[in-house]
Design a binder for this molecule. Sequence first.
Ligand code: AAT
Length: 282
Amino acid sequence: MELWYTEEHTENAKFSIKVKEQLYSEESEFQKIDFFESEEFGTFFTLDGLMMVNEKDEFIYHDMIVHVPMATNPNIKKVLVIGGGDGGTVRELTRYNTIEQIDMVEIDEQVVRACEKYLPITSSKLQDERVNLYFEDGLAFVKNTDNIYDLIIVDSTDPIGPGEGLFTEEFYNNCSKALSEEGILVNQHESPYYERDAHEMKRAHRKIKRLFPISKVYQFHMPTYPSGHWLFGFASKKFDPIKDIKVEQWNSLELKTKYYNTDLHVGCFALPTYVNEMLESA
Ligand code: AAT
């Protein structure tokens, strides 16, 4: 008998992956966590039935969420990661020797423990001595932090379930306060393609652009996320990701990356016309 994982991308379109074996299935306090083994995408996990991370395309997401802000300001020393329980974002951050402190706030400890067991490819650097793990709601965590982080990365689920609070104006406002004057905020910004995701993308952009003098959106390809076309937001009080990119400085680090490079960094901010129009009218 064949086993397939199927995700509804819209009411009328579904995406399926042939599964070799289900490795884990638990209902945590916050969400349903499932791990699967597959031929095409290796090990992958879902939260409430939605694809989060798989071994084959995770490098795209984690390259783009980390190296874009790091090449814009290579002097980043203190970083806050909100969500990101699989550890992929932390793994990429730990490659910079210049980063001194990485605080990661994940609401669901069970996601981290399961990733440590089944997804060492992303979780392997969570033990780095610069990493401090906090198991609490990111929304509450940023409330009482003032002017300390150079970079906040919101590596969150979609705005349903526990991730909902991470798409609110109150949250973005507290992130702004928690950032230093040089601070950068990068956030999981949904997809412009299908209507439901595009609605969330516009809502997020509307809120962020009111709070930050520089607020841009950049794109990348995620084969396993709905439509394959995904976005991150880049907001800052000081740095423009295109004008301020430190091409030579970043390349001199000689970090080997499979997706990110400094040409792509500039190119990924060039968006399709329909996406620009949606963002302008947000
Ligand atoms: N690195 C890509 C993986 C993720 S998972 C996002 C994580 O955010 C999950 O582990 C979830 O438990 C955590 N999370 C959700 N809400 C909160 C919260 N309020 N505070 C802290 N952590 C939270 C991102 C996948 C993106 C999928 C896009 N379709």
